[in-house]
Design a protein around this ligand. Structure first.
Ligand code: ABC
Ligand code: CA
Length: 487
């Protein structure tokens, strides 16, 4: 599938080891042990209903290749510590299971996104102590298909994130677990990686890849690699800086919108959060080679992932959580939700943010499950209701009340507030004249309450209840087929 194909999709992110067991048992999973808890590809197959019922139509799974275990930071249950990229990890099932997962996803009309790591492997040093010159010895023959020291960059840990050569050619990791950095300056190594991605996409019917550590490989590596992949490529560039992150758009199809993530968390983790910082968040779009109109194809927006503390670890206020969760679904870019958010999981930094979902019982009568359902439903209605919804860009409409923000991405107008559940006053928004046709009836797709704009198509004052967000859409666009609110 291409970037255009993906632009209408909504992605549910899964850490395979933590999402679902093969049987319906419920074994314990202590995240602090940093070891396998037993989740599998068969487990995912058996819980696709759960994902689809929330309205998601794409699934991103954690890396599949054989990892290094028994390190100072535990085992490679998350999949990011490659040992042999030509062997699929037996921890999560067989190659047939993985193919069956791909088939099951496709039978539902969903897309399959695979997370891949090609910047580095992981290697437990064979010498306990760092030598005088800070070098480790490794059994490079273990790291396949490469297997020689010459196919890795010379040992050095990244020490200066302002020096791009250092970022690209030194190693991630630390003394506890170095991550040997692949020599992506070597033509033969590059050819091996290009052939590898082409093969894995074909073998497992992959529709898109999430690429780890994109900023750790030179820009001009990516065009041949993404061409070999032949499907949508979504890159991870972990940076707060929109100019820097945006510079990788074009090298890969799209980047994870980390710059917005920082502003999103800062806006809603506290009722004193800075909402206006979010205004600049769609900045990535303006850096796009084809301009902002291609935004939907260029970024993917998220509130949580496996590397950052869960949002509910910052605040237990459910209204703040609902506001923050709303953002990715009503703004530019492809929305992503990380598994467990819907169950109210509140784990802190890695490894605590990787809780076993089976411990929740996959209950669907939870407030955030319902919230996710409403958000996916209203986004689908918006895509169906306005051909240019996806091309955006979202428009910020300034408001007098600093505890509120209004984002218009027609046909949706979203009203968010960080006043919180216990806010001592009810914040208000004012819909500007001309935003909608005169006398249009709008429905808040979250509470199913209506608001009718005046004869100028706006000027209506809307009030929040208990600090909750509202997503307004013309009532005429509600579908009788279900979704958001009954038509
Ligand atoms: C393990 C333990 C952790 C322990 C850590 C040292 O080692 O589990 O408890 O704290 C995998 C595993 C992790 C594991 C790591 C390291 O490997 O999942 O559990 O942590 O062994 C990707 C993946 C991630 C994965 C890897 C490695 C890469 O999403 O899951 O981790 O394959 C860098 C990379 C980024 C990477 C991230 C983990 O590390 O760039 O691709 N994620 C700065 C740097 C960033 C850097 C970040 C964190 O620090 O600029 O490049 O990310 O180290 C903002 C700035 C940012 C700045 C942040 C901190 O502040 O704008 O630039 O980021 O203001
Ligand atoms: Ca590198």
């Amino acid at each position: 599938a291409t970037a255009a194909d993906w632009s209408t999709r909504m992605i549910y992110q899964v850490v395979t080891d933590r999402f679902a067991l093969s049987d319906n048992s419920s074994s314990a999973c202590d995240t602090s042990n940093r070891t396998y808890c037993g989740g599998s590809w068969v487990g995912i197959i058996n819980h696709l209903d759960y994902i689809q019922n929330m309205g998601f139509d794409a699934v991103w799974i954690s890396p599949i290749v054989e990892n290094v275990d028994g390190t100072g930071y535990g085992d490679g249950y998350h999949g990011y510590w490659s040992r042999d990229i030509d062997t699929v990890s037996t921890r999560f099932g067989s190659t047939d299971d993985l193919k069956a997962l791909s088939t099951a996803i496709h039978e539902r009309g969903m897309y399959f996104m695979l997370d891949i790591v090609i910047n580095h492997f992981a290697g437990v040093p064979t010498n306990d102590t760092v030598s005088q010159d800070n070098l480790f010895t490794f059994d490079y023959s273990e790291l396949l298909p490469f297997g020689t020291e010459a196919e890795f960059h010379t040992q050095c840990f990244i020490s200066d994130y302002t020096n791009q050569t250092n970022v690209e050619q030194c190693w991630l990791g630390d003394k506890v677990l170095p991550l040997p950095d692949i020599d992506t300056e070597d033509d033969a190594v590059v050819a091996t990686l290009n052939a590898w991605i082409k093969n894995i996409v074909a073998e497992y019917g992959i529709d898109g890849v999430r690429i780890d550590t994109v900023k750790h490989i030179r820009h001009d590596f990516w065009s041949n690699f993404t061409a070999s992949a032949g499907v949508f490529t979504l890159g991870e560039v972990l940076s707060e800086n929109a100019t820097y992150a945006g510079s990788y758009i074009g090298a890969v199809d799209a980047v994870l919108d980390y710059p917005s993530w920082y502003n999103l968390v800062g806006a809603f983790n506290d009722s004193l959060g800075n909402l206006s910082a979010l205004e600049n968040s769609p900045a990535l779009a303006s850096l796009a080679p084809d301009g902002p109109s291609s935004i939907a194809l260029l970024t993917a927006t998220f509130l949580e992932n496996h590397d950052q503390p869960r949002f509910a670890s910052y605040t237990s206020d459910s209204a703040l959580t609902k506001n923050a969760m709303t953002w990715p679904f009503v703004t530019d870019g492809i929305p992503i939700m990380y598994y467990g958010q819907e169950q109210g999981y509140a784990g802190g930094a890695d490894p605590y943010n990787r809780e076993a979902l089976w411990l929740s019982g996959y209950m669907t009568d939870k407030p955030l499950v319902a919230h996710a359902q409403s958000l996916t439903a209203v986004r689908k209605l918006a895509i169906a209701g306005n051909a240019s919804f996806l091309t955006g860009p979202a428009r910020w409409i300034s408001q007098a009340d600093p505890s509120t923000l209004m984002l218009s991405k027609l046909p949706l107008t979203t009203l968010l507030t960080n006043i919180g559940t216990m806010g001592t006053r009810a914040p208000t928004w004012s819909i500007p004249a001309g935003l909608y046709a005169p006398n249009t009836t709008l429905v808040d797709a979250l509470a199913c309450k209506t608001v009718t704009v005046d004869g100028q198509g706006g000027a209506t004052v809307v009030t929040a209840e208990a600090g909750l967000p509202q997503v307004l859409i013309p009532a005429s666009m509600l579908s009788k087929a279900g979704g958001a609110c009954p038509a």
